[in-house]
Each structure stands twice: as C-alpha cells, then as structure tokens.
Design a protein around this ligand. Structure first.
Ligand code: BGC
Length: 676
C-alpha cells in the first residue's frame, strides 16, 4: 500500500494488523514497542514492515541533520518557516489553518516524512511557559477549532498528525518533575477539548507528555491513556511517549501506551517482564497492533518522496506570508498613528532581531529559506528614509518622524522565560516611547510580556509573534497600511504576572533558569503543581476575579471600523442547537477583515461557570461600505458543562445569554435563548 490520500478505515486496518501480529515472534514484538535511532520505528523486513520516520513539527518541518551523535539523511534542502502556532491561532481563520498545515504536509511529502510530531496544543495557562509559541492560546474552543483544521489539512496530504502533549503539560520548568493536579472539570472543559477535536478530525497519533498527572508520569499512566484518552475521548490509533519520558516498563505496557520513544529504555527488559508474568504477550500484541493499524491506514510503510511537492515551495512561502498578515495583532494605535506614511523623511528602526529570523527554539525550530529581515522589509517601503540605529541617542529618537522598536524574547522548549523584559530592554523601550510619542513597539514573542511600564506612552503596539520567514514583509505592510491588520489575541496579556491564574507555579523559593538543564532536572524533586484555578483559565479567570488585564483575549484593532446589527437567534433542529445570524458592516474607508466572536453565558447554574465562554467565531472580509450576514451554529457543546456528579456533559435548562462582539470585552450585541 503506498502513501495514501484516502486513509483506510479502522476495522480494515485492524484486520490487516491482526494478520501480521499473528506472524510476529515475541522478539519482533518487543522490538516494535520502542523506537530506533531516535526518530524511527524498527522494521520487520520479512513481513514488509519498513522503518517509519517521525519528524518535528507544528510550524513547519524541522530538518534534522544530527541528534545526540546520530546523523540523518538530508531529506530536503530546505523547509518553510511558517509563523508559530500561537500566531496561527491569532488569525482566527480556519481555512488558513488548513492551508498552513496542508503546505506543511506537502513539504513532508517532498521529504518522504510519513509522520509529523505535531500539532502542539497545550493550553496557555500562564505567559512564562517556554513552549506557548508552539500552542494555540488560552481558549479551548479556539484551540479546538484550529486543531480540527490543522489535522484535516495535514492528513489530507497523507501525513500522520500527532496531537501533543497529552496531558496538562503547561510549563517547561523542569518538565519531567512537575505533577499536574487538575480537577476533573478543568480536564474536560479546558485541557482536553483541543485533543478531542483533533481526534474527531481523524488524527492518527497522540504523544503523551513529560509531566506527571495526579502522581503518575503521563506516558505510563493508565488513568491518562487508557482511561481518558482511549476510553473517554475514544482515541483508537497510535499513542507514543515523548522522548525519554517513561520509567517503568510494566506501567508503560499496561497503560494503553503503544510506543516508547526514542528507544527502549523503560521497556528494555520487556522479555523478562513477559517471562516473569509481570506483563503478558497479549499486552504487547495490543501495542503492536495499534502501531501497525495506524501506519497501514495511512500508507506510512511505503511512504515515498513525492517530487511534485518540491515544486510547491513558492506557494508555501505565500501561505506563510498570509498567515503572518492575518496573525499580527494591533494592540494599540493612539490617534491613528498607524499606518505610517511611506513618504516620511526619517523612520528610525531600533531594537533586536532586525536581521536574524525571530523564531522559537527547541524541537519546533524551523530554519526556513529566503528569510526576509525586518530591516529589508522596511527598506523596501521607506528606502533612504529608514535609519537603523542600534543605540539611538536622545536627539535621534526625538527628531525621527516615527520610531519602530523591535522587541524579541527568547522562548524555547526546555525552559520557561520571564514575563518581564530584561532591565536593559525595558528601559530602552521606556526611553524611546517617552522621547517620541510616535514610537511603535513590535513584540516578537510566543506569549504575553509585561508591557505595563510603556503601554501608556507608546504610540502604537503590534504583537508580531515569531512570524516566520516572510513575516517581516507582513509587518512592514501593516506598518505602512498596505495590509489592514485583522489578528486577534488568542491569549489575555496580564498587567503583572501575579495576576495570571498559573502564576504561582514555581516551587517555593525557586526561580527560572534558561538553557536545557537535563542533568540538573534529574536531581530535582517532583513538585506538585496545583491547578487551583480549576476551569478559570485565561479570560475566564480575569473576568471571574474582576482583574483588569493589559490587553484582553480576542482584542485586536483594525484600520477600519465594523458595525454590528440585527442579531437573530433561533432554535435549530437538533436538541440544544441554536442558530445565530448577525449582520456586520465595514463602515470605515479601507478593506479589512473582522473576527465576529460569539460568547455564551449561563447566568444561573447549579455549579459555578465562567462569566462567558467563546463558543463560536467567524472571520469575514469586507470592503468599505460592504455588509455581510454571518451565520454561526451553536451546538449542544456551546451550552454544556462537565458535571462531576453526573460524570457527563450537562446542559442545565434555562436562559442563556449569547454575546456577540469584536473581542471578549467589546461586546456589541446580546440576545437570550431558553433551552430545556
Ligand atoms: C519534545 C517533543 C518532540 C520530541 C522529539 C521532545 O523533547 O517535547 O515535542 O516532538 O522531543 O523531538
């Protein structure tokens, strides 16, 4: 079976896998439950099982040349560096998410990569998590919708999507030593909806996480894998561990886990475990069966390089550019400072990352090709009027027609990074905004930073994320008005880190470190990480506690204005289904896109619920003066919450408020609906 664009169904794949498993020896089965050369599975040539290659992931293809002394075949000359996943979430554009992952899928085909180790989808619980850039923000509904599109786009190219990291892996601070203690409602309402969506979209693989969950490492937890992932969320395909994240062979084999990566470690003496009756050969059969069925269903055993896909790199660059255009978020724009005229006589560009790509680090890192620097992108617009100064003096700052200050944070897998900028950068930004009110600050980062010391004085602020190889072009287009910004924050940005629901996550007396600290990690005690906020994560928390944030979830300004009218709500055919229609008009002077956001509130409820929750959205493009009707269907899940006593999703009869607006705090219209 060659790599296939029409996957084989579960039952047929299982039948095929059963026929192979019945012919495998015990030694072959043992071989198959652990990885080989860090990113491969073991082959069983006599039965036609080739070695399957896995590649990192999420924001493009991470080209691997060397890893821990192993050298890898160069599968591709180059791969496209897309904007980071958090920026993709900021587009709120499902079609674009599908184009983004479809392009990545084509690069996997070009390289002969049958399995991508992404998408990442852990929820943003606080701004310091070093991997937030790899994930899709703080809201489970938004993340779920983007994951659904991502999985469909990627797998439509015949490439396996790996949903990661299951479960409650929301910090990279000594990630193997933190024990996430999360109540069952938060698990269902906050931490698993994105996984559920990926599973519903047909994702063929899930990767467990480094952390412990309720006292057991996720990769060997029966509660997590067999209980939650398989029995409750209904996942039927391949489960793999994260790299070096399990410790007890018996537990791994009996947990519902299928594959230990990158090698046999905990499962190294599986033969002895079988001989001593601590696990049974049937347990191994289950693991192998799952792996075989998965690879068979997607044609992974015979996945060949597809040279036609090598011709598509220009298109992929265009997708990367479009995702950046739609993902830049205009946070502030005092007196319409932006767009800056292209005829200004002196634009001063300063800060860091003016030439090098701005990108998150770790396994998700992608080098890209034909990278456009911010300096070059701005030179194209302002030519000789652009003046790049590393350490501008007072007069230089004061006299510029506009100052663009580029701020870059160093986010990476392997550690968490501070919410505050370094004292030097902080004071340089404050100085610039104080000296020149026409200062635009660009934030290149994977999550929120502390802007409270300079937001008031800044003329404009753009959240530009890690915007990928062509993203600087998008930034220059937005600065100059060639593109109208339409990104919306997929996170809330706090005024102070202490305001965040996850802020108390460091063990008492400990502080952040940077750089990979694997050896030090081994010496650390396991620290309990109590998710005391429960379901109140992100805006749910700030609204519940009445805490003012610097920039709210869903916020993002435009160069034009949108007017909302004629909200209509009616019951649908299905139980608890509501159909919503609203009219949106572009009443400004330039073309632009608006993200219509729909929040649901349950004013009276047996159990406490968030003040409101995102349950629908639609991005619409409108020319000046144009009006469009937006239709959104809210299904049962828009009204249900997890009821711990019923151990099920529950829609409590009564009145629900439906709030429609341009951000979580900019609600334009409201209606009610009664459900029974
Ligand atoms: C990361 C995974 C990644 C794996 C393989 C781990 O360190 O947590 O996300 O896929 O390495 O590179």
């Amino acid at each position: 079976m060659s790599s296939t664009l029409s996957p084989i169904d579960f039952e047929s794949s299982r039948q095929w896998a059963e026929s192979i498993v019945s012919r495998l020896t015990l030694d072959e089965k043992i071989l198959l439950i652990g990885g080989k050369d860090a990113f491969f599975t073991h082959p069983v040539e006599r039965l036609g099982l080739t070695s399957v290659f896995f590649s990192d992931a999420s924001q493009g293809v991470h080209l691997l040349e060397e890893f821990k002394g192993i050298r890898y075949e160069k599968r591709l000359e180059r791969s496209t560096q897309f904007p980071c996943m958090a920026m993709l979430a900021a587009t709120w554009n499902r079609q674009l998410a599908m184009a983004y992952s479809g392009a990545i899928g084509e690069e996997c085909r070009a390289a002969g990569i049958p399995v991508l180790l992404g998408p990442g989808m852990n929820i943003y619980r606080h701004a310091q998590c070093g991997r937030n850039f790899e994930y899709l923000g703080e809201d489970p509904f938004l993340a779920a919708e983007m994951v659904r599109s991502y999985v469909k786009g990627l797998q439509s190219k015949g490439v396996i999507a790996t949903l990661k990291h299951f479960l409650a892996n929301n910090t990279d601070y000594f990630r193997r030593r933190s024990d996430s203690l999360v109540d069952e409602r938060a698990v269902r309402e906050i931490y698993t909806p994105a996984f559920r969506a990926g599973i519903e979209a047909g994702a063929r693989a899930v990767m467990t996480s480094y952390n412990l969950f309720a006292g057991e490492w996720c990769g060997q937890s029966r509660e997590v894998i067999h209980g939650l992932l398989r029995s409750e969320l209904g996942f039927q395909w391949l489960v793999m561990t994260d790299w070096w994240s399990v410790y007890d062979g018996v537990k791994v084999i009996q947990s519902g886990q299928d594959l230990e990566m990158p090698a046999h470690d905990a499962t190294a003496d599986a033969r002895r475990l079988v001989e001593e009756g601590l696990v049974s050969e049937k347990d191994l059969d289950r693991m192998v069966l799952s792996q075989l069925a998965t690879f068979h269903s997607m044609g992974s055993y015979d996945f060949r390089k597809d040279p036609e896909c090598l011709e598509k790199f220009e298109d992929h660059g265009a997708v990367a550019l479009q995702a950046a255009r739609e993902g830049v978020v205009l946070l502030k724009n005092r007196d319409a400072l932006l767009p800056l005229s292209s005829t200004l006589s002196r634009v001063l560009l300063t800060g860091s990352g003016l030439d090098a790509p701005v990108v998150g680090g770790g396994s998700a890192k992608v080098e890209g090709w034909g990278h456009v620097s911010l300096r070059d992108a701005m030179l194209k617009v302002w030519g000789d009027a652009l003046c790049v100064v590393e350490h501008p003096d007072e007069a230089g700052l004061r006299e510029a027609d506009a100052v663009v200050f580029n701020v870059v944070t160093e986010d990476s897998e392997g550690w968490d990074r501070p919410f505050d900028l370094s004292p030097e950068v902080e004071s340089a930004v404050r100085r610039a905004v104080r000296l020149n009110p026409r200062t635009v600050v660009l934030i290149n980062s994977g999550s929120g930073i502390n802007t409270s010391g300079w937001t008031g004085d800044a003329g404009a602020i753009l959240f530009t994320w890690y915007h990928g190889q062509n993203g600087a072009t998008a930034v220059a287009e937005i600065l100059s008005g060639a593109v109208c910004p339409s990104g919306k924050l997929p996170v809330s940005i706090d005024k102070r880190f202490e305001d965040s629901p996850g802020s108390g996550y460091l063990p008492e007396g400990e502080s952040l470190y940077s750089g990979w600290q694997d050896e030090l990690e081994k010496t650390q005690p396991i620290h309990p990480l109590r998710y005391e906020e429960g379901i109140f994560v992100g805006y749910r928390w700030y609204e519940h506690k009445g805490i003012d944030v610097q920039f709210p979830f869903g916020h993002g300004l435009s160069f034009t204005e949108f007017e909302y009218s004629d909200l209509r709500l009616e019951r649908g055919k299905e139980a608890h289904e509501v159909k919503l229609r609203v009219s949106v008009r572009n009443c400004g002077t330039c073309a632009g896109a608006e993200v219509v956001q729909v929040y649901v509130a349950d004013p009276e409820s047996e159990l406490e619920r968030p003040k409101k929750e995102l349950k629908g959205f639609q991005k619409v493009m409108l020319h000046p003066g144009e009006r469009k009707s937006v239709d959104i269907v809210l299904d049962r899940s828009a009204f249900a919450y997890w009821h711990p006593e019923r151990r099920d999703w529950y829609v409590e009869p009564g009145i629900f408020r439906v709030l429609v607006g341009s951000s979580s705090v900019d609600i334009r219209l409201e209606g009610t609906i009664t459900l029974d």
